[in-house]
Structure formats: C-alpha cells, structure tokens
Ligand binder design. Structure first.
Ligand code: GLC
Length: 816
C-alpha cells in the first residue's frame, strides 16, 4: 500500500458473525467490525490487515457492554445489524459496495451516514459523515470559535498555545462531538447524535468547511474506531457517552469554592498577605494556589527553603483560616544529579527516551528536564507516591500544568524574563504503548494522552495517600475522559472583552464534551485587565463550574480588591452568590455523577425543541434551573436576552417574565441578570467565607412559582468518600403551582445514610406577594412567632420551621 496515497475501501468480500453484538467484514486487506452496545451505541472499527489493539480499558473507560444483535439482509440487498433492549435500540445498514454505513435509531430515523472510508500506508485513515443542512456541531473539547463549529476545521493535537479567539489546537484534545439537528420550521423535533473517535493520535475534523455537506474525519491512529451515540436529546447523548468515558467524581466541597491564584505567591510572606487580605476584606475564598515559585529551583515536589522555611506551619495556619492549598506540579524533572527525584527516575528508567536511548533535550522552567513516561503504570505509581512530600506539608490539591507536554529546545534567561528560543520537537521520543507498556511507540502516537496520564498519576497518588478523602486535581492538558481525573482550566487567556465571551463558549463546549468541572482564569491570564472587565469577569467566573482567579506575574495585580472599592464590592457579591448557591452546585455534581448532565448547559440542551434557543451562545443555564445572562460587552448596562419557553423570575428582584421571547434586561455594573425557571426549588444557604464554615442558615429552599417542578437535594459530609458507600441524604422536593396564587411545596422524608441533626430551615417563596395564608402540614402559621413562623418581605413570603427529616408540606393560599 502506498504510504501517502489514500485507497478507498471497496466491495465487501466476506462477512462473519461476531456474537453476541456484531459482524466482521472484509474488503481486500481491510477488516471492519461493527457492533452494537446494550445502550444502543454503534462502534465501527476498521483498519488494513488487523485492527489496532483496543486501548479503551487501559485508559480506564468502562468496558463495552455488548447488545444481543441480529445480522440480516435488507430487501435491497444491504447487510444489516440490529439490536434492541431496555436501554435503547439501533440498527445499521451496510452497503456491500463500499462499506458505507447508515445508522438508525429506535424510531427508524437515520441518525448517521458514514462513507468514503479510505486508508493510506502511513497509518492515516479517513471517512466522511453526512452533515445535513442546518445541522449544528457542538463539543470537540477545548476549542475556540463560535459554539456551533459548522464551517470550521479542527485539529486534535495537544500543545502549549495561548488562547486567542481563533487559535487551534490548544492544550486538550477531545475528539467527541454532538451533531444536533434543531427543530424544523415544520415542527419536526430536534435530534442529537454523538460521535466519538476513539483514538488519541493526531486527528483532523473538517466540519463541513471544505465540503458543506459533510464532516471529513482523518486520523493517524492506524485505523478508525468510531462510536455513534444516539440521543435523541443532547442529555441522552451525554448520559450514554459518559457511562463509558466516565464522569467527574464528586469534588471535595472546598474545591467548589473560589480559588485564588497568581504566578506566583512566591514566599510565605506573600501567601500570608493574600490570605490575610482576602479574609480582612470578607472575600469568600476556599483555596490558594502555589504557582512555580514555591519550588526550590523549580524542582517538583520541593519548597524553596529560604522563601518557604516552614510549609507545614504555613499550610496549617491557612487551613485554620479556611484555606486549602493547591500546589503546581509540572511533569518536567530537573536534570540535576543532586536531585533525588531525578536520580530515582533514572534508576527506575522512568523517563521518556529518544530512539537512541538518550534523554531528549527539553527545557522548561527548571532548565533541562526529563519527562516521565506516564504511559507506564509503574511510572504513574512512582509519581503519585512522590507527591507525598507535598501532602506531608499539608497540600490539599494538585495542579498539573505544562503537561501537553510543553517545553522548548533553547531559551534565553534575563533575570525573571525567560524567552523560549527554539521550539521543541519531541519527534524522536518513544513512549510506552497504551495497551502494552513494555512496547514502545512514537511519542506523537500517544502525545494527546500525556496530560491525561499525568493527571491520572496525580489523582491515583492522592487517593492512595488519603483513601478516605475526595481528591482535587486541576489540569491544563487532557484527552477524552480527563474528567475522571481532574478539573480542567482553559490555559493562558488574555484580559480582553472578546475572551470573556469566549470563555463562556469554551466552558459550554467543554461541558458538552464531558468535562463538567472546568473554568477559565477569572480576569484573564495575560494582558491588561480594566476594572470594568474584571467586574464582569468576576460575575461570570464566580459561576464557572471551577472558579479560579489567576494571572501572570508580568501584569498589574489582579486580586479581587485591586480595582478600587466599587469593583471590590462587585467581586465580593459575586463570590457571596457562589457560596449561597453551594448546595445547588453540589446537587448538580451529584446529578452529573448519576447521569452525565453537565453543570453548565447551553439553552438548546434544556430546550432542544424551542427554535429560539437553537443559536444562543451569550447566555447559559447553570443546571436545569438558572438562566444566566452575563454582560459581555464593554460599557453595556443592559442586554438582550432570548428567554426559553415558560415563566422566568429574576432571582434578585423577582421580576417575572414569560418566554419564549426576546427581552431587554437591565444590567448596571452591579448586576448579572439571573433568572430562575418557573417551578424551580433552589437549595441555597446563607453565605459563608469558605465552604468549611457552618452557615448560619444551612438550608434555604427558594421556590419560584409559574409551573410545577421537582428537585432532589443531596447532602453529604462534603469531604470524604463515604458517599460512595451511601452516606448521602436525599430529599425529594416538589412544587405544585395551582392557578390563582395557590402553591404547594412537598418535602419528602429524607432518605439515605447521612445523618443530619434537626435544624432550622427557611422556605422563601419568590414573587408570591398575593398569597395571604401559609400552612405547614395543613396548619395555618402565624406571622413572626418562634418556629414555625412566617415573614413577609416585599414580594417574598418566608416560612421558618424546624426540619427533622420528616416529610412536610407547605401551602400558600391567596386571601379568601
Ligand atoms: C503556564 C500556565 C499558567 C502558569 C504558568 C507558570 O503558563 O498556563 O497558568 O501560571 O505556566 O506556572
């Protein structure tokens, strides 16, 4: 076979059943296996000669669960495979002439048409997916550009490249996307279908750019391995996808708070100063990050003895003040014969080597470094154990950076200034193969996995060292499934207005790609941040699933009080809102763990059949209930907003709007417009300075009328892994909206293995001024006296009572 020329796949010349779920087909030298999973996904694997080994289990994906499929022949002579079960049904028709495939869902509707399979002798493989007119393309992991990537060409190749509005590729590659057909003008329902290219070698996606009728997929993986994931709703696709690739484990509660970072707080004095200022100024913050300058000459897992003379004491003091400490851990190990970690790495042959067995020249912050080969389980174990030095000092979480891996060949250092002069080419390195670590493959083949395996080593090390604690790892680079190991942030951004809006799209896109726990540097990493931009970024960033303020050293200081008293107040309010929403955020993470639903959702995710929501990319839903309309433009003091169908109530002033509609909302600098969907029961708490503080009011249920609704409240200890053994308290909540201002809230008896002592609870009925009578368990409650008691507060009615876990009902009635 010609190394460079693609040869198209021709006629099928043999087929054999592959029980229980598939068929194997051959066409000349090409072998193809088609299989259906118990939850109705279709997997197509194809290569010349033999299929490449299946790496998915070595990467920790859940095993493929086969369906019981039947192979047959259709009336027009095509081969077909079909399976049906309680979790879904799918059929595939395969054209004998060229292996073109058509996938149909349970209702017989075509959801994917794949064709033009071709292979070249150098390991490249390609195919095309039909892209019907109007179909949108979402996901693709960490990508810039508009939310719908139709018309764009994308590359999957992890690299260290700062974020611009159009740059591609960036730090993480997730070859997964959702093809979404919006509802038609004729009233046809929308359809979402997921596609996952299971293979981590470099790949390219031409998303109906060169040819408007198709998505062209090309990979260097030595074969094709494509999984087609039926919907019909985006939520169905994500549920199925994440069942296999994994979901974010429940973070420790502190990691859901605000993180404060800077490159760097480079001495104990600097760290104490920022901690003290945050508390003195009343900022709710849970974590402080130590960037590279805490290290001794940038040696990983060390502290500079002069600038950090007593880390255990420092970290103890921080903890006493409610701060958890996160330390950066880059992969490069300084080449220094006196550095024990380097010597250990050499002794264990843990480093990547070039084809001649040498350590390739590679420079990062410490100068020359060796790169551990995280593809090898023994190297990951060694690395995870080496974290001990940090954990013993009291470090709570690990921040993995530069793990694309980033680096250069030559640099120039002038004091603090470092100029990387020659780009790195790691072309000659070989690394352990994913499936068989004793085999070596070119680095390029597994490069996109480097960050994932690094983060995996970090998480596994944390979990081994502290088996009862929930781990927190943050990563810059990643691949499909990174969510199982780490939260991901979008790397080096710029403090520019268009990047504020871009961060919204990037967080949504990562969310749709399975990475639920993600965020961007609040305020922007580089460049000059103006007070107004900081205020708006804080308002949006405080609602990122992962909320961290971070900035480079060579810019104006960017802590939340650096922009004058007005912006300081705005920043504080934004973070107070995050703390108020903490119970809701925790519920969203519980829900994500159960069904893969993301924390941030584009409007079309919740309202796939509303045509008005199909193109919205300047607003999002936080969970199913809160519609957030941030201000993304300089000088703007109001904005336009597409309201999805139903009642929407502003959470700050209870103004009630009705969708679908396009509305204009006021947004003075102090305000980020947020609307609760009618029928929402929003669990909140009174604000605290950090997630470990006991709120004065641990549970406030905020009820928004306008529709019936349900919510499940999850409560746990927020810190340990006991939730895995059932130590979660679940309370089913239901609101019934009866016409004429009558409202009923039902609180079911608390269930599950987490004990909660009796406590006061407050129910706040928003936009409820017409109600007069309040009943608790059918008994009328009077204003203001002890517990239970009622208070009227403008448009709100509040009821306080003692919650002992029994089922309760609350009714609001208008005046008789
Ligand atoms: C990289 C990271 C950035 C960090 C810096 C120094 O640029 O993306 O967040 O501050 O390295 O460690």
């Amino acid at each position: 076979m010609d190394a460079r020329r693609f040869e198209a796949v021709g006629r099928i010349d043999s087929r054999e059943p592959l029980p229980p779920d598939g068929v194997r087909l051959r066409s000349g030298a090409v072998v193809c296996e088609v299989a259906i999973s118990a939850d109705a996904c279709v997997r197509v694997r194809m290569a010349t000669d033999a299929l490449p080994p299946d790496a998915s289990e070595a990467l920790g994906y859940a095993p493929w669960r086969p369906a019981i499929a039947t192979a047959y022949e259709t009336e027009d002579g095509a081969l077909a495979l079909a399976a049906a079960g309680p979790l879904g049904a799918t059929s595939v028709e395969i054209d004998r002439a060229d292996l073109s495939l058509r996938v149909r869902d349970r209702s017989g509707r075509g959801i994917a048409a794949l064709s033009d399979f071709a292979f070249a002798g150098d390991g490249r493989a390609r195919c095309a997916l039909a892209a019907p007119l109007g179909q949108q393309f979402h996901g693709f992991g960490e990508k810039t550009g508009p939310l719908d990537l139709r018309g764009h060409a994308l590359r999957m190749w992890n690299r260290d490249a700062s974020v611009t509005e159009t740059r591609d590729p960036l730090y993480a590659s997730i070859p997964f996307f959702i093809a979404w057909q919006p509802p038609s003008a004729l009233g046809d329902a929308s359809v979402a279908t997921g596609f996952f290219l299971d293979g981590h070698a470099a790949s390219n996606f031409d998303v109906a750019k060169r040819d408007r009728t198709r998505v062209a997929i090309e990979t260097r993986a030595g074969g094709l391995d494509l999984v087609i994931i039926p919907g019909p709703r985006p939520a169905d696709v994500l549920r199925r996808m994440s069942a296999r690739l994994g979901r974010a484990p429940l973070p420790p509660r502190w990691a859901l708070g605000h993180h404060q970072s800077r490159w760097s707080y480079g001495s104990e004095r600097a760290v104490r100063a920022v901690a003290r200022a945050l508390r003195a100024r009343g900022f709710p913050t849970d974590a402080i990050h130590l960037d590279i300058d805490h290290m001794h000459g940038f040696r990983v897992f060390t502290f500079d003895p002069r600038r950090f003379p007593d880390p255990p004491r420092l970290l103890r003091e921080l903890r006493a003040d409610g701060f958890h400490t996160v330390a950066i851990v880059d992969p490069g190990v300084k080449i220094d014969p006196a550095f024990p970690l380097y010597r250990e790495g050499l002794a264990g042959d843990a480093f990547c080597r070039d084809a001649d067995g040498r350590l390739p020249p590679h420079r990062v912050w410490p100068g020359d470094v060796a790169l551990p080969d995280f593809q090898r389980p023994d190297v990951r174990a060694w690395w995870g154990t080496a974290q001990r030095a940090l954990l013993d000092a009291g470090v709570a979480g690990i921040w993995n950076d530069m793990n694309e891996p980033a680096g250069w060949r030559r640099d120039l250092r002038i004091g603090r200034l470092l100029l990387p002069l020659r780009p790195q080419d790691l072309g000659s390195i070989r690394q352990a193969a994913t499936t068989d670590p004793s085999q070596r493959v070119p680095h390029a083949f597994v490069r996109n996995l480097y960050g994932l395996q690094h983060a995996r080593a970090s998480r596994e090390g944390l979990e081994r060292a502290r088996p009862r604690e929930r781990a927190f790892v943050l990563t810059r680079s990643g691949a499909a499934g990174i969510q199982r190991h780490a939260a991901l942030w979008t790397g080096d951004t710029f403090s520019r207005w268009p990047q504020l809006a871009l961060s919204l799209r990037m967080v949504l896109r990562l969310s749709l790609s399975g990475v639920a726990f993600c965020g961007a540097d609040i305020g922007g990493f580089a460049g000059r941040c103006t007070p107004e931009l900081f205020a708006r970024w804080m308002q949006l960033g405080a609602l990122y699933p992962f909320a961290r303020t971070h900035a480079t050293w060579c810019k104006r200081r960017q802590e939340p009080w650096r922009f004058g008293p007005r912006v300081e107040r705005i920043a504080r309010e934004a973070l107070r809102l995050r703390m108020r929403l903490l119970p809701y955020l925790q519920d969203l993470f519980h829900q994500h763990a159960a069904d893969g639903a993301p924390i941030w959702r584009p409007l079309f995710f919740e309202f796939p059949d509303d045509p008005g929501c199909a193109r919205v990319e300047d607003a999002f839903l936080l969970g199913p209930s809160l519609l957030v309309a941030p201000v993304l433009e300089r000088g703007a003091r109001h904005r336009e907003l597409v309201l999805p169908p139903g009642v929407w109530i502003a959470i700050d002033d209870d103004v009630r709007l009705l969708g679908p509609a396009r509305v204009r909302v006021e947004a003075p600098l102090e305000r980020i417009p947020i609307f609760a969907r009618g029928g929402t029961i929003l669990p909140t708490q009174s604000p605290v300075l950090h997630a470990g503080e006991r709120p004065a009011e641990p549970l406030v249920l905020e009820v928004f009328p306008g529709a019936d609704g349900e919510h499940v409240l999850h409560e746990d200890d927020g810190a340990t892994t006991a939730h895995r053994e059932g130590a979660v308290a679940r309370t089913a909540l239901r609101v019934l909206d009866r016409a004429g201002g009558r409202l009923r809230l039902e609180i079911a008896a608390r269930r599950g293995g987490f004990e909660i002592a009796p406590r006061p609870v407050r129910v706040v009925f928003h936009a409820a001024s017409s109600a007069r009578v309040v009943r608790l368990d059918a008994v009328e409650v009077a204003d203001d006296a002890g517990l239970p008691s009622v208070r009227r507060n403008g448009s709100r009615i509040e009821l306080r009572f003692e919650d002992d876990g029994r089922s309760r009902s609350v009714e609001l009635e208008p005046a008789p």
